[in-house]
Ligand binder design. Structure first.
Ligand code: NDP
Ligand code: OXD
Length: 334
């Protein structure tokens, strides 16, 4: 989140920018979502905006910014003035749906404290739900049975978060506040973690990190390095019976390895919010597995007003020759 995002009321900067130059042209496009839902937020943030909604975008040569989720192949490369490719979410892996993504425009992602709160609530629920045996209580209640389960203090349950970015750090802070023993793993060393969160980084730190995860939360971006991260080799390095929570992307997980690890007791349970194929096909074994909880990619969502505000601010900064703080590092891919 840039200083501009926090300090300017929605759209102020963008409106000022539009009084001095031609109104920006922003396209909303996706090959899988109906982007109409974003129109009211963009209209409210900048009434004079030249706003186009895919698939019929009109002339492509005056489009300045494209707000995307899985953009149709080839379309962005046909926009000669495009300066900004704005992801609809925190992740940008969905842009790979377009193999001809042009190298020129700056790619920005959403960095949103409200989204971090929503994610934090989901992750905290997932940890507590399993650690306090809530599934067993729901089953007992349905059968009208007063049945206690063993109680383990949260301080004796170690939760590891893979990915200590905006969402991972917020989740670490919340879990620690509830009393869990929290550790985190990132690519580079972290200096600014909440006190008491044990930090690990890089491949050298991975074994020690995994060895202390009774629950493992995946909050990594999907990159060439992290694809297939949640695999048999990794599961074997966790304490036996660990709980896997994947709120990253479906392609972080090797699905067949998860089913085997649950069957042989390597893992005790899984809570999954992201899948290789979404919606998860109706016959998929995850739906009926007794130790897998499935939710339909709802761990966090960005408010349309935030998407509109951040898009317009990012575009205004690029027009002034500045690089937005939320621009993605092309070398790292996140
Ligand atoms: P950030 O970019 O802020 O943080 C990413 C973290 O992952 C950083 O700590 C980074 O390390 C770490 N990381 C990246 N690559 C590696 C690697 N190879 N090895 C170790 N650590 C690595 O992302 P956010 O927190 O904003 O979002 C994380 C992800 O959450 C998104 O990319 C998306 O996939 C997912 N998401 C899911 C949602 C849902 O509803 N299920 C909603 C929103 C997001 P470093 O700090 O060193 O850079
Ligand atoms: C995101 C998501 O990346 O919703 O923001 O998954």
């Amino acid at each position: 989140m840039t200083r501009t995002d926090r300090d300017n009321p929605a759209g102020t900067l963008s409106k000022m920018d539009m009084t001095t130059t031609k109104p920006p042209c922003v396209a909303l496009l996706s090959s899988v979502l109906d982007m109409q839902y974003l129109v009211p937020a963009f209209r409210a943030a900048a009434p004079g905006l030249d706003l186009r909604v895919g698939p019929d975008l009109g002339a492509l040569d005056d489009i300045d910014a494209a707000v995307c989720w899985a953009p149709p192949p080839g379309l962005l490369a046909a926009m000669p003035k495009l300066r900004l490719v704005q992801s609809l979410g925190a992740g940008i892996d969905h842009l790979r749906s377009d193999p001809d993504l042009p190298p020129g425009p700056t790619v920005c992602r959403i960095v949103d404290t409200a989204m971090a709160g929503t994610m934090t609530a989901y992750v905290t629920w997932a940890v507590i739900q399993h650690q306090r045996s809530m599934g067993a209580y729901l089953a007992s209640a349905a059968a009208g049975q007063w049945q206690e389960q063993p109680i383990v203090a949260p301080s004796r349950h170690r939760v590891g978060i893979a990915g200590l970015g905006t969402l991972g750090i917020a989740s670490a802070r919340a879990l620690q506040a509830v009393g869990y023993a929290v550790r985190g793993w990132s690519r580079s060393p972290k200096a600014d973690l909440p006190e008491g969160v044990q930090a690990f980084h890089g491949q050298d730190g991975l074994d020690a990190f995994l060895a202390g995860c009774d629950a493992l939360v995946c909050l990594l971006p999907l990159t060439a390095q992290t694809q297939g991260f949640l695999c048999a080799d990794l599961f074997a390095r966790l304490p036996r019976g660990a709980h896997l929570i994947n709120v990253g992307r479906g392609s972080h997980l090797v699905e067949a390895d998860l089913l085997r690890a649950l069957d042989d007791g390597t893992l005790g349970a899984a809570t999954l919010d992201a899948f290789q194929h979404e919606p998860l096909p109706s016959g998929h074994p995850f739906w009926r597995h007794p130790r897998i909880n499935v939710t339909p990619h709802v761990a966090a969502r960005t408010d349309p007003a935030t998407i509109a505000r951040q898009t317009l601010d990012n575009l205004a900064q690029l027009r002034r020759g500045q690089r937005p703080a939320v621009a993605v590092d092309p070398a790292q891919g996140y």
